[in-house]
Design a protein around this ligand. Structure first.
Ligand code: DAH
Length: 347
């Protein structure tokens, strides 16, 4: 067969191979076989010598034509196969409306906790947090609530295992902070002062109703220094009350009992709605209770190794839900944990 006939036969073969390739691998194999460095086309190019001299030029031209024709075919096949691979993936539908990402908001209780903590931070207190799963020592013993004492009933809680319980008060963080402080500085003459607040969640096995819940929040405070007096407690908590409820608010301290403070008090603020005259919101009391406070009992200092002769301190623990309900006009404590967006979106 004359060379040029062989060439045309090869062209047909190559065109079929390229057109029939249905994967990138098959196409590449066809390219290597016909257009590659040692492919069939190259082979014919070197055989041009066999062609009679007067036909050489025409044969060369024909081979070049075939080469560029095959190259064009190859490029087209590459696009076709590439597009097929992309089509195998689902294409996004650009006509669909965009997806709206609803923006959440901070839970009203978290807002209240952050607000209260922020006020104390401006008064020089540092925010410290502690674990919700506690041990008996930090929740009771170190807080001057011995095993056989009926005062433990007040702060009864949920037991997880032997010594693992859910904390029933954020007072546990007082103990943890003092232990760490003593570990670092010792509890003697060189000990620097402590001023912390600790917002967080607490647990008690209370029957749930409109004003009680087994899970609630407190903000705890502790200040320890030389010569801290009850007057300091009243001063700081008075400033806190005025920052929170407005400069016209009145405060009241009623004698009370807590095992970890002596003396102890309950702190009330005058109702912001009626100015203390008594209304529906304050249940005709004129006052709203914030929580307990007092001077740190020296037994607590003994438990953590702070010298009771050198240091005094004040502490407080306020319930957040009750104050938030009062300020926001919420009628039922359960609303805070029901995750009902109609309620939460209001804040
Ligand atoms: N831990 C107490 C409670 O849960 C509240 C409390 C009262 C905390 C007096 C204090 C305090 O730090 O001094 O009822």
């Amino acid at each position: 067969m004359p060379l040029l006939d062989e060439v045309e036969a090869m062209r047909e073969e190559a065109e079929k191979a390229i057109a029939g390739a249905d994967s990138p691998d098959a196409l590449e194999a066809a390219r290597v076989a016909y257009l590659g460095r040692s492919g069939k086309l190259k082979d014919f190019m070197s055989r041009i010598r066999e062609v009679p001299a007067d036909q050489k030029k025409a044969a060369g031209q024909r081979l070049n034509e075939i080469k560029s024709g095959l190259e064009t075919l190859f490029a087209g096949a590459k696009d076709r196969i590439g597009a097929k691979a992309v089509c195998a993936r689902p294409l996004p539908d650009p006509t669909l409306p965009g997806r709206i990402q609803p923006l959440g908001s901070v839970h009203p209780l978290t807002q209240a906790l952050e607000r209260f903590a922020g006020i104390f931070e401006r008064l020089g207190f540092t925010v410290r947090q502690g674990p919700e799963i506690e041990d008996v020592f930090h929740n009771f013993d170190a807080l001057n609530m011995p095993d056989d004492h009926p005062v433990r009933d007040q702060a009864d809680t949920f037991a997880l295992e032997d010594n693992a319980i859910l904390r029933s008060q954020t007072s546990t963080v007082q103990i943890r902070v003092m232990e760490e402080h003593v570990g670092r500085h010792g509890g003697g003459a060189g000990m620097p002062p402590i001023r912390i607040v600790s917002p967080g969640r607490t647990y008690r096995p209370d029957a749930v109703d409109a004003t009680h819940h087994y899970s609630f929040s407190q903000i705890e405070g502790l200040a320890v220094d030389r010569d801290v007096a009850m007057a300091d407690l009243k001063g700081f908590l008075g400033m806190f009350a005025r920052e929170t409820f407005g400069s016209g608010v009145k405060t009241r301290f009623r004698p009370s009992f807590f095992p970890f403070t002596e003396p102890s008090a309950e702190m009330d603020v005058s109702c912001v709605f009626c100015g203390g005259k008594g209304c529906r919101v304050c249940k005709r009391q004129g006052w709203v209770e914030l929580g307990g406070c007092g001077m740190v009992d020296p037994n607590v200092f003994d438990a953590v190794g702070i010298d009771r002769e050198l240091f005094t301190g004040f502490a407080f623990g306020f319930g957040i839900e009750r104050v938030a309900m009062f300020m926001l006009g919420v009628d039922d404590i359960r609303r805070f944990t029901e995750n009902d967006l109609r309620f939460l979106r209001q804040f």
